[in-house]
Design a protein around this ligand. Structure first.
Ligand code: FES
Ligand code: FES
Length: 157
């Protein structure tokens, strides 16, 4: 079957098998930030935005993206770099495997709720698995980023 969609701002037309997963499709298009960590909808590593809402691409058929907009970390470089620097600063990243999925979910949270409190952050990111760290560094990184964002807004930047 044929699908037409917008992937990271570019129009794409492709022939796919009806049972192809969105995860495999975006990787065939060069979006290697999207990773397979479990395939049981438990790790969050395969998160992409479908029409700006986060979905697990390991449990979404590529056919569902037909006529829609798909965004991966490759399409959010500026936003991701600014936030990612705060995570790196906290030494939160170890092997880095979970990082793209974690950043996608954190950016989705900031879009839904620009200034979440600690509980809201923990709740939202609960589905994001990291085998290396105890999440404390990631949490500190998020809180430091939110402080920075607040002060930037107060200064009207
Ligand atoms: S690979 Fe999709 S949730 Fe783990
Ligand atoms: S840093 Fe290794 S899985 Fe998270």
């Amino acid at each position: 079957m044929q699908i037409k969609l917008e992937l990271n701002g570019k129009k794409v037309t492709a022939e796919i098998e009806a049972d192809m997963l969105l995860l495999d499709f975006v990787r065939t298009q060069g979006c290697y930030s999207v990773k397979r960590g479990c395939e049981t909808a438990n790790c969050g590593l395969c998160t992409v935005f479908l029409d700006d809402k986060p979905v697990l691409s390991c449990s979404t058929l590529a056919a569902r993206a037909d006529g829609r907009k798909v965004t991966t970390l490759e399409g959010l470089q500026e936003e991701a770099a600014e936030f990612g620097a705060f995570i790196a600063d906290q030494g939160a990243e170890q092997c880095g495997f979970c990082n793209p999925g974690f950043i996608m979910n954190a950016l989705a949270l900031f879009r839904e709720n620009p200034y979440p409190d600690e509980e809201e952050i923990k709740e939202y990111l609960a589905g994001n698995l990291c085998r290396c760290s105890g999440y404390e560094g990631q949490l500190r990184g998020i809180l430091a980023f939110l402080e920075y964002k607040k002060s930037k807004e107060q200064k009207g930047e």
